[in-house]
Design a protein around this ligand. Structure first.
Ligand code: AMP
Length: 289
């Protein structure tokens, strides 16, 4: 597979995408922070597939940008893993046509930047509570990437369930006119959800990190057996995480769209959890049966 065309300048990208759209191409976008893994690959391939729907080859597009505005002051921005050459190869293998990777954050957020997107309710609680300002940064960069690209559809992973809810709310409330596609969580063979941050884990931490997916699987089994009380599900998941030496950030059973806590896990409720393994913060979730 050929490498995708690389754009570093957002304005050149905007011009190219605009021309393609005006010429009638269907545009599918996958926004990422790079260090691409199988989770991203599934989004990239689906972008290729969906761009080409309708009998005419479309444009499958990805962005690689470690967005400083979604990191807190004490978070891992400077050590976030990067591998642009590897990412371009991965995008090429997945059939991506072009990649925007601005090398300097100032190309996206210049010194004069003063406009922010605040998605009020969906950003509250869960990751929003432990990462103040995170979803404001996410919503703003996604808004900007959507405006630069003006895709027909954009794909996001359900691994970041709250992020997906924030983006759906933003796109609906502000009439972006883009289809948002959520994609299932891709896991390692042993259950660990794929994440660029897994690269931080030492071997023994990698083992402890399995507690997240185990806790979810056990909760799924409990619900399937008729045990639907949220407090009991949360307590059991917390015990599983703590027994593995993980530090729990949150465990909650919520409504899939409003993200409001529920007392009883109805079919489709989501168990969301976040925990620190060492200094690495991991998240995972499961839609309950
Ligand atoms: P990131 O590079 O972490 O910002 O992720 C870019 C996109 O890939 C987001 O929409 C994520 O939700 C999605 N993603 C990350 N990990 C996974 C995974 N394990 N399975 C599915 N999607 C994922």
């Amino acid at each position: 597979m050929p490498l995708p065309q690389l754009f570093t300048d957002p304005a050149a990208w905007q011009a190219r995408c605009g021309e393609a759209r005006d010429a009638g191409a269907r545009l599918a976008l996958v926004p990422t922070m790079g260090f691409l893994h199988d989770g991203h690959r599934s989004l990239l391939r689906e972008a290729r597939r969906r761009a080409d729907q309708g009998g005419k080859p479309g444009l499958a597009l990805a962005t690689i940008f470690v967005n400083p505005t979604q990191f807190g002051p004490t978070e891992d921005l400077s050590r976030y893993p990067r591998d642009l050459a590897g990412d371009l190869a991965t995008c090429g293998e997945a059939g991506i046509d072009a990649v925007l990777a601005p090398p300097d954050p100032a190309l996206m957020f210049g010194p004069g930047h003063q406009t922010w997107v605040d998605v009020e309710r969906a950003s509250q609680g869960l990751c929003g509570a432990s990462r103040p300002g995170h979803f404001r940064g996410v919503a703003t960069v996604v808004a900007k990437l959507l405006n630069l690209t003006r895709p027909h559809l954009a794909l996001f992973g359900e691994k970041d369930w709250q992020q997906l809810a924030v983006i759906r709310a933003m796109v609906g409330d502000l009439a972006f006119g883009v289809e948002i596609v959520g994609m299932p969580i891709v896991r390692e063979a042993d259950g660990l959800a794929r994440s660029s941050r897994n690269a931080y884990l030492k071997p023994e931490q990698r083992e402890a990190a399995l507690a997240l997916s185990r806790a979810l699987r056990e909760a799924g089994e409990a619900v399937a057996a008729g045990r639907r009380q949220a407090t009991a599900l949360v307590a059991a998941a917390r015990r599983r995480l703590e027994a593995a030496g993980a530090r729990v950030d949150y465990v909650e059973v919520v409504h899939p769209h409003t993200l409001q806590p529920v007392a009883e896990a109805a079919p489709g409720s989501v168990l969301l959890l976040a925990a620190f393994v060492g200094s690495t913060r991991l998240i995972d979730n499961l839609v309950l049966p």
